[in-house]
Design a binder for this molecule. Structure first.
Ligand SMILES: [Zn+2]
Length: 261
């Protein structure tokens, strides 16, 4: 099992959380950055664990508190670490039109510049998409992005298929475990399993069976896999096997990292 999206650096004890997750069968983890302030933290954390890959990027919700140099810092970091086998993607990047008062045009410009970098460095993208699926798709097409993951996916079937026909996969996690999340249930059960990957978004999006307000953990992935198996009326083993191979196909450097240790 692979947790394709966990903010390990925001957990109280990342090492303990990783241990717990390995104990329940997790084999790999992807740790996305949110902005220059945690680039070094995610890189150092990934380098102290053999099964953790990281991504570098600027989160769309960071847009209003960024200084001018943020994009240049991202480009510098991608250049400095281009040969780092643990640097598996550009992320977390995207558009968020759900959070009010964010500067949308600045956000879109920042997103496009990061898509340009992903293309230039030949890295997949880890996307944050809220209420802006079509605009994100337009950006992916414009910059010729063909690989990556749209994390915590929600949207229409047409939008889901537009992402997957470009070559991206869709992340499902805690939000799927809520009984009222009908559209996410329809997507998670109706889309081809080849299009899906598992994630927790730890410490956020705590699954329904955990106490409200508690920190989500990568060790919740088996519960999320079980939940998806029930939605799709199939075996958890099949969910685990296919989604893990999907994650590796979406993030080739993660696949190489996991194969090498
Ligand atoms: Zn995230």
């Amino acid at each position: 099992m692979i947790d394709t999206h966990c903010h390990l650096d925001y957990l109280e004890d990342a090492t303990a959380a990783l241990e717990r997750a390995r104990g329940v069968g997790l084999k790999g983890f992807v740790l996305p950055a949110v902005g220059p302030e945690n680039f070094e933290r995610v890189r150092a954390l990934a380098h102290s664990h053999p099964d953790v890959g990281y991504a570098l990027g600027i989160h769309p919700c960071s847009v209003d508190r960024l200084g001018d140099g943020a994009l240049a810092m991202l480009e510098d970091a991608l250049t400095a670490h281009a040969d780092d086998p643990r640097l598996v993607a550009v992320g977390e990047i995207g558009l968020d039109h759900f959070v009010p008062h964010l500067n949308k045009s600045l956000m879109e410009e920042l997103f496009h510049q990061q898509l340009r970098l992903a293309r230039a460095f030949e890295l997949p993208v880890i996307l944050h998409v809220r209420r802006a699926q079509d605009l994100v798709l337009r950006g992916l097409r414009r910059f010729g992005i063909r690989r990556g993951i749209a994390h915590a996916f929600n949207g229409s079937f047409d939008q889901a298929r537009a992402f997957t026909s470009l070559g991206l996969r869709l992340g499902f996690g805690g939000a799927m475990t809520f009984s009222r999340a009908h559209q996410i249930h329809r997507l998670a059960s109706g889309l081809p399993l080849e299009d899906l990957v598992l994630e927790t978004d730890s410490p956020d999006i705590t699954p329904s069976w955990m106490p409200k307000g508690s920190a989500n953990q990568p060790s919740q992935i088996p519960g999320i896999a079980d939940y998806l198996a029930r939605l799709r009326s199939c075996k958890t083993d099949d969910i685990v096997r296919v989604t893990s191979s999907n994650a590796c196909a979406s993030l080739p450097k993660l696949a190489a990292l996991l194969a090498s240790h």
